[in-house]
Design a protein around this ligand. Structure first.
Ligand SMILES: Cc1cc2nc3c(=O)[nH]c(=O)nc-3n(C[C@H](O)[C@H](O)[C@H](O)COP(=O)(O)O)c2cc1C
Length: 333
């Protein structure tokens, strides 16, 4: 291997490491990357072994997580001085090939809006902690709406009857999944496992939040009512009574829209992280098609809901593991 191609491999590894910091449902990390030296390009592929047949039969959440990884890859590439050219879903006969990202030198300048989000990739974590009751300034909320729009999605902050309805629907979904059980959760949510146990995927108990004592925050109780073992017992806490929820919607509901929504979701939470906000996601209701449609605002008239994002001032989330780069990256000539 020539010194130049060795150096390029190191850069590609760091881009993929940043991409893998993305959020994914239950931290399944349903992605693979293939770097072609000849083409100087990275292909992002879905990993069906890490899909969730029960909670995500359509593979919508899988596309969201992979879209978030794609967004991180773009930010990291811009930060490293590239102008990546992205082709989403380049092969209509192969659903697993989600995006082709060319690193070849191309015309144009670095996008400071993307490169400036780089430090937030390492800082962002899903926070299942209570947030302050304090609202965020309108001007900041508007900037987050713009971030989502830049990726082709609509972000709307909820209030009044719509906030109440969304909280009710999520609570119903949460109670239902507590009773019925979810095999995907059982596979990926790791009660009794600490971050230090070095299990490379799934959600360790150290990243669960406290159980809700009161308040209406739509947080998932990963203990499912059981008392987790060990000294990481999350206990209970009061959550905010008026959670700040953003509904992320797209115009249509195809894989292309899910990938765009994943990028918009990540762009929004990275920008929020940069502004000192904590963020989390809530998808209990989105996992049930009959409940997902209820979340839409008939007055506002937006398209299908892709994600519910909770934002606020509060404690940052706890770390979750990632697989090593060598397990997710193939380098081919
Ligand atoms: C599509 C999707 C759905 C998610 N749903 C939830 C959820 O309902 N509740 C929750 O606490 N976290 C949810 N998460 C967050 C993941 O659990 C989290 O991203 C993962 O554990 C990795 O942790 P990190 O975000 O702190 O890096 C979701 C993430 C994605 C991308």
């Amino acid at each position: 291997m020539s010194p130049t191609s060795f150096a390029r491999s190191e850069v590609v590894e760091s881009l993929v490491r940043d991409a893998s910091m993305a959020p994914s449902m239950h931290n399944a990390q349903p992605w693979r990357f293939r770097y072609s030296r000849g083409g100087d390009s990275i292909t992002l592929r879905a990993d069906p072994e890490r899909a969730m047949p029960h909670a995500d039969p359509q593979l919508r959440a899988l596309h969201l997580g992979c879209g978030a990884a794609l967004f991180n890859l773009r930010v990291s590439a811009q930060h490293a001085g590239f102008r990546p050219v992205v082709t989403p879903l380049p092969d209509p006969d192969d659903w697993q090939t989600l995006a082709h990202v060319s690193l070849r030198e191309s015309a144009g300048t670095i996008d400071p809006g993307l490169a400036g989000l780089y430090p937030a990739i390492a800082q962002r974590r899903t926070s299942r902690q209570p947030f302050d009751e304090r609202p965020i300034p309108d001007e900041l909320a508007n900037r987050l709406v713009e971030q989502a729009r830049a990726e082709g999605a609509q972000l709307a902050f909820l209030s009044g009857w719509h906030l109440s309805l969304v909280l009710d629907v999520i609570e119903e979904a949460e109670l239902d999944s507590q009773h019925s059980g979810d095999p995907d959760e059982q596979r990926w949510v790791r009660t009794g496992v600490q971050l230090s146990d070095a299990v490379p995927d799934g959600i360790p108990e150290t990243a669960f939040g406290p159980r809700k004592k009161d308040g209406r925050a739509p947080v998932r109780d990963f203990t499912r009512g059981r008392s987790p073992a060990g000294d990481t017992e999350p206990g209970t806490a009061s959550f905010e009574h008026m959670p700040l929820l953003g509904l992320l919607c797209t115009e249509h509901d195809h894989p292309y829209d899910w990938l765009a929504a994943g990028q918009a979701m990540e762009r929004t939470v990275l920008a929020a992280t940069r502004e000192g906000l904590a963020t989390s996601f809530s998808t209990q209701a989105l996992e049930r098609s009959e409940l997902r449609w209820l979340l839409r605002d008939p007055v506002w008239g937006a398209g299908p809901v892709q994600m519910v994002i909770r934002l606020g001032y509060g404690a940052p989330g706890r770390a979750t593991p990632r697989r090593p780069v060598r397990e997710v990256l193939d380098i081919v000539e």
